[in-house]
Design a protein around this ligand. Structure first.
Ligand code: APR
Length: 237
């Protein structure tokens, strides 16, 4: 008989790697190939907004043709079946792509924002936008021109939904980190919080993360293989 569990799942760029989206710190990663200070900080945006808008517009173009992979579908299955059993899956993703949703995941909490959302720097209005970010765009909320930015959390800015995330951590029976290097806080600190709460922890990754030592259990290999295997185990396949 499968036990209903409250499972907290943290995903990072590694879960979307096999869908063709670059990670950040691998050899061909976005921050290995580009200067994050220029592209992912408020200062970089203030200095050269056109360059930043072009970078995120290019990432939107790539996302248009990216499809969810077996790992995304396995997590959507886990959410559906664990909920039906009276348990829960709290999916906290560091990713700004929409592949969890495209795989049918009902509730993904994007702590670093969403690539397919544009925000107005004047009124903070936001709207779904899969097209290019330009200075000519007019904010549909306040009518100002030239105030668009991606609704993505940059370095030095506060991650989103932290209250919900902390509460879900406290209520979890199991904490699983998937496809993340464990190098960016506060997400990288969630495993230590889980341990302090006496929660079992598992890392599923291509290779050891920076905080691999903090996990009770570690599964290494491609997410499309290991996540599907782990979900099958939890659901008693
Ligand atoms: N399957 C499983 N894991 C993989 C795969 C794969 N196919 N490919 C890569 N990985 C792993 C890498 O080994 C690495 O540990 O995914 C991890 C990706 O790490 P990062 O590139 O650092 O991405 P992430 O941990 O999501 O970065 C966190 O940093 O720049 C910020 O906001 C950005 O959300 C991002 C945050």
């Amino acid at each position: 008989m499968i036990q209903p569990l409250n499972i907290f799942v943290l995903t990072g760029a590694g879960v979307s790697a096999e869908s063709g989206l670059k990670t950040f710190r691998d050899a061909d990663g976005l921050w290995t190939q580009n200067d994050l200070a220029e592209l992912a900080t408020p200062e970089g945006f203030a200095k050269n907004p056109t360059r930043v808008r072009e970078f995120y517009s290019a990432r939107r173009k790539i996302l248009e043709i990216a499809a969810p992979n077996r790992a995304h579908f396995a997590l959507a299955r886990l959410e559906k079946e664990m909920t039906a059993l009276g348990g829960s899956v709290f999916l906290c993703t560091q990713n700004v792509d929409d592949l969890h949703e495209k795989a049918g995941h009902k509730r993904a909490v994007h702590m670093h924002g969403e690539l397919t959302v544009t925000r107005c720097t004047m009124c903070s209005g936001r709207w779904t936008d899969r097209g290019p970010l330009t200075a000519a765009q007019v904010c549909p909320e306040c009518g100002t021109v030239g105030t668009t930015r991606p609704h993505v959390v940059w370095f030095g800015e506060l991650p989103m939904f932290m209250d919900q995330i902390e509460q879900a951590l406290e209520e979890a029976d199991l904490f699983v980190a998937i496809g993340t290097s464990g190098s960016v806080y506060p997400a990288a600190g969630f495993v230590a919080e889980a341990r302090a709460l006496g929660i079992s922890t598992c890392e599923i990754n291509l290779s050891r993360s920076d905080n691999a030592h903090a996990f009770d259990r570690r599964l290494y290999g491609p997410a499309t293989e290991k996540v599907a295997q782990w979900v099958g185990e939890v659901l008693g396949d």
